[in-house]
Design a protein around this ligand. Structure first.
Ligand code: IPE
Ligand code: IPE
Ligand code: MG
Length: 249
């Protein structure tokens, strides 16, 4: 497939890439270091990946940072992750703002402490004018939790007489999801060799292409993202229809 010589982008590359950034713990353990060492290394990978997006034609990047199930980890790991998120957001806000990146968060903020949610609000506000890459960070995010919260709001609109139950269809529910301003992901990547989606973007990924790769997240590079975007360009997405030019029925 010919590339755009100006950018490096494939004409049929993914517009929205979502990444399940997995394997930080195993990466650290392999080095005889604590799991949090892996989380710090993982957070440092994000900048290179975000910066690679414009040249690849990726307009939306969504990354899974902490799931609604990750609270089950030890108190030390959870507290270390929350502290890492605070430090990361405080440190990266300026850098992302000057790189024309617009940041949004998805997930339930209710369980997050206020210091963190204040930093998240500030990051969203300070990058809101940007129109380059749309970076969405899923923090305390679970696909089932998101659908449940959306359903609760939808039911409230019905109870308030704002919505007719008979008019609820496939277009209605996504308007209540955290991702309501985002297109569906075209390509979902999971690092670390696990072939599961662990409650990530359940509704939105109904027709996404998937890549499960062995690389542990702290070893993931822009080059690997480029290779996966190129693979995507050669796939045939049919959305339930029959390929154009297929044999006659
Ligand atoms: C992903 O890495 C980061 C989070 C889930 C917060 P893991 O911490 O799950 O790393 P592994 O899977 O144990 O190697
Ligand atoms: C998924 O990874 C969540 C994130 C990457 C934030 P996990 O490591 O939590 O998923 P499981 O437990 O292997 O399914
Ligand atoms: Mg994991």
């Amino acid at each position: 497939m010919p590339k755009d010589p100006e950018t490096d982008a494939h004409p049929r590359g993914p517009r929205h890439v979502a990444i399940i950034m997995d394997g930080n713990g195993r990466w650290a353990e392999a080095k005889g270091r604590p799991r949090l060492f892996g989380h710090h290394a993982g957070a440092r990978r994000v900048r290179e990946v975000v910066e690679a997006c414009p040249a690849l034609g990726v307009k939306y990047l969504t990354i899974f940072a902490f799931s609604t199930e990750n609270w089950k980890r030890t108190q030390t790991e959870v507290a270390g992750l929350m502290s890492l998120f605070r430090r990361y957001i405080a440190k990266e806000t300026r850098a992302l703002a000057t790189r024309n990146v617009r940041v949004r968060f998805i997930g339930d903020r209710v369980r997050l402490d206020q210091k963190l949610t204040d930093l998240m609000d500030r990051m969203e506000q300070e990058t809101a004018v940007n129109d380059g890459v749309n970076l969405t960070i899923a923090l305390n995010y679970g696909g089932r939790d998101e659908v449940a919260r959306a359903t609760r709001r939808l039911a409230q609109d019905v109870a308030d007489g704002l919505l007719d139950p008979a008019a609820v269809d496939e277009e209605t529910l996504p308007k209540y999801l955290d991702t309501h301003v985002l297109p569906d992901p075209d390509l979902v990547i999971r690092t670390s060799g696990e072939a599961r989606i662990s409650n990530f973007l359940l509704w939105q990924s109904a027709y996404a292409e998937y890549e499960f790769i062995d690389t542990l997240w702290p070893d993931f590079t822009a080059e690997e993202l480029g290779r996966l975007c190129a693979n995507y360009g050669s796939r045939d997405r049919r959305f339930g229809a029959v390929k154009t030019g297929a044999a006659k029925t």
